[in-house]
Every structure is written in C-alpha cells, then in structure tokens.
Design a protein around this ligand. Structure first.
Ligand SMILES: [Zn+2]
Length: 441
C-alpha cells in the first residue's frame, strides 16, 4: 500500500493506492485513524454498480437492519443505473461507485457526503443527532439520507463530463457553485423520479421513504425559489436551491424529459462544448436554450420575467443551435430507463402520470414492448368517460409519453378539481393499467 497524500486539511481523505498481488486496485480506499478504538468493523454488502462499506452496528444503531429495511443498497444501485443513463451514458473511467461510512471522533475532521470515488459518508462518533450522512440518526426516526448519497453520485456523474466542467469553470464562483451543486442535486432528483415513475422491484417501505425524503427537499426548493422571487429575482444571488426550485417547476410543467435533455447538452461527455462559456450571461443562456430546445418553445421571456435570467441575445442563435443538436441527438424514449435490465418490465403497461397531483396538465406515458393498438381515456370517479385521449397504433419503444391531458373534457371545458382515472387498453393484451390522476385547481 502506498499513501498518495496525507491529509492536511479537514476535508481531505488520506487516499492510498492498493496493490494486490502486484496488480493495482481500481479504486482508492479511505483510511481513517481515530484517537481511540471505535470498535467497528466495516463490511461490504454486494450490489452490481455500488459497493457500500460500513459497520453492521455503530453506537448501538443497527445499520445492517436499517440498510435491509430501506433497501438502501438495492435502491442506490438503481439510482446509479438511472444516473448512468440520464446524466452520462458514455462515462468510462469508473464502473463501480464505493460509498464508505467514514467514522470520525474529531468534529474538525468529520465529513458529510464528500464526493469522489469513494464517496465518504461521515459519521461523527459521540453525537446523538445529525451526525451521519448515511442514516439520519434521530433515535425516534432513523432514515437513510437518500438525498445526500444520490447528490454525491450526481457530482461524480456530472463531473466526469468534460463538457459539463467546461460549462462550469469560467463565469463566476457564485454561479458555478449554483450549477455545480444544483445539477448534482438534479442527478439525485432524476434518480428519485426514475424510482417513482417507472416500474421497479423496490418494496413499499423503500419507495415511500425515498418519496417522502425527496418531497421534503422539493419543499425546501420551493421556499428558496419563493424567497428569490420575493427578493427581486436577482440572478447575481441565485444559488443551487433556487436553481433546483426552477428545475422542479420545469418538471411540473413539462415532465422529466426536460431534465434528461438538459443533461444531453453536456454529451458526448468527453467532447468540448463549442461555445466559450466566458460570461455569466452565456451560462444562463445555455440553460435557457436547453430548456427551450427540450420543450420546443422559446422560453427566453419566461426565464427573464419569472426567474430574472440574463440572456446574451448575440450568443443566443449559436448556443440555441448547438444545444438543439445535442438534445436531438439523444432520444429520451429509446435511451430511457426501460432499457436497463434492472428496471425493465414485461408487457405494455400504463405508467403513473407526471406530475401528479397536477395543474394545469399532466403527461401520461406507457411502457411499450409490443406494437399494438392503444386506446387511452380519462374517466371520472363514476366511471364516465371524460375525455378520449388516443386511439392509435403504436410502435414498440421502451418508454413513451403518449399524451398530455390538459384537464379539459371532450367539449373542451375545464373540469373541476378532484380525482380522475386514466385507463389504457392495449389491443394485444387487454387492460394495460389504470392510474389515478389528481387535479388540483
Ligand atoms: Zn454537493
């Protein structure tokens, strides 16, 4: 074993190179020397894409039981796959993400969710609460820190994109931090939506906990965005939480595809972006262009009025053209998560609508494995047809948004708030699914 560098700052890890039988190990290890023996032995629960390294029990907290109860390893494995597909499919420099519970006794050297490979998940020995970024160590409510773990994955995926780094580097520390942190969080949010929107074999406990945890963050982003707007939409002050608030609003209006398309603008990951990001305005313009290219609508006015974004009008045509090409080059519906073995399902299937609850419109998708005739309608609670949405032959593709329901009935009138149902019929297989749609006006 060779130490690459001893730590000199509190955030640094003493990384070591490990040679086994003369062959270099693929990843560095985390070594911590504590002032006293904390009496834990780390072990490694197996998974395909991620490896957790942690003790079974620490300070009386049964980590092994919590890990099993919430399917942390399995869910994070799925989060890794989702980010591999959504954020950066052509990443080649590492294939396994290590997450190591790094036990510390000294507050100065505690870490929380430090990125890299391995991701260091800190645990500060001797503090009862908020001392861990693996499990929220509240004795009354111990839960996994999903957001922290998946945000760190997000950093590793985004930062392995050369193009993303070029997008970040120049403009200003404030804006680079907003986009660097904000898009790492977007990686986490993307994993959340993939876990919620598409069929997976995660159990109910894990799904509910992941959803609740991310909904809390969503609330934080909403508050941050509301404050930002109340304080005059000053783009100079924008931070990661505000940016994620905006991305959540985009998701609410346009669905998760706009996030996928934003990531697409940084791909292929090793290719340079052909526009110099030498100003705050160009960076903002790239973001607005990405959203515009994704939704097929010029969103400049919206972003100026609603979010205070500065647009570089001279650079707009060039940036828009580059971004549009990159968005067009990657097909959400065929590159979608349905391709991965872990998330694949058999048969044609109606997906939960996104968003839900919704106002004013929601997207209804299908997993389509076999070419077939699909009929899709929205019904009220008494089973009456409110609106026929489609009746058409469809080609097999992994995951498709088939249509958008705008909350209007077949006469074109807005229907009232409440619960509705979407029902899909596949000529090949009969009922493909029934989903509840919640309209909140
Ligand atoms: Zn971060």
């Amino acid at each position: 074993m060779t130490a690459i560098a001893p730590p000199t700052q509190h955030w640094e890890t003493p990384y070591v190179d490990v040679t086994v039988d003369g062959v270099m190990a693929g990843n560095s290890a985390v070594i911590r020397v504590n002032a006293f023996d904390v009496g834990v032995t780390h072990r490694r629960p197996p998974a395909s894409n991620v490896t957790f390294v942690m003790p079974d029990v620490i300070e009386g907290v049964d980590l092994a039981a919590l890990t099993a109860q919430y399917e942390v390893v399995h869910a994070t494995d799925a989060a890794f796959l989702a980010q591999a597909i959504g954020v950066g499919p052509d990443r080649t420099d590492w294939t396994t993400q290590y997450l190591v519970l790094d036990v510390a006794t000294d507050p100065v050297t505690s870490v929380c969710g430090a990125s890299g490979n391995p991701v260091r998940l800190g645990w500060l020995w001797g503090q009862a609460e908020h001392n861990s970024c693996y499990i929220i160590n509240d004795p009354a409510n111990r839960r996994p820190q999903w957001f922290v773990m998946w945000h760190e994955l997000g950093h590793n995926f985004t930062c392995s994109c050369n193009a993303f780094n070029m997008f970040l580097w120049t403009p200003s520390p404030q804006h680079n931090s907003a986009y660097g942190e904000g898009l790492a969080s977007l990686g986490a949010l993307w994993s959340w939506r993939m876990a919620m929107d598409y069929p997976s074999d995660l159990g109910a406990t894990a799904r509910a906990d992941i959803d609740g945890h991310f909904c809390d963050y969503w609330g934080n982003f909403q508050n941050a965005l509301a404050d930002y707007k109340a304080n005059g939409r000053d783009y100079a002050t924008i931070d990661a939480d505000v940016l994620d608030g905006i991305l959540m609003e985009m998701w609410g209006t346009y669905g998760v595809k706009c996030w996928f398309d934003l990531f697409s603008t940084f791909l292929p990951s090793q290719e340079a972006i052909p526009v110099a990001m030498d100003s705050v305005e160009k960076q903002a313009t790239w973001f607005v262009a990405a959203m515009s290219a994704s939704v097929g609508e010029d969103l400049r006015e919206l972003f100026v009025d609603e979010y205070g974004f500065p647009i570089d009008e001279d650079a707009w045509p060039e940036i828009m053209s580059v971004v549009q090409d990159r968005v067009d080059a990657r097909d959400f519906y065929s590159v979608g998560v349905g391709e991965t073995p872990a998330l694949a399902v058999a048969g044609n299937r109606l997906l939960p609508n996104v968003p839900n609850p919704f106002n004013p419109s929601t997207s209804i998708g299908f997993v389509i494995e076999k070419a077939t005739r699909i009929t899709l309608g929205v019904y009220d609670l008494r089973g009456r047809l409110v609106r026929r949405l489609m009746d058409a032959e469809v080609e097999p593709r992994s995951i498709r948004t088939l249509c958008v329901w705008d909350g209007r009935n077949s006469l074109g009138r807005l229907v009232t708030s409440g619960n509705y149902f979407s029902c899909g019929l596949s000529a090949a297989e009969g009922i493909a699914g029934v989903r509840k749609l919640v309209l909140v006006r």
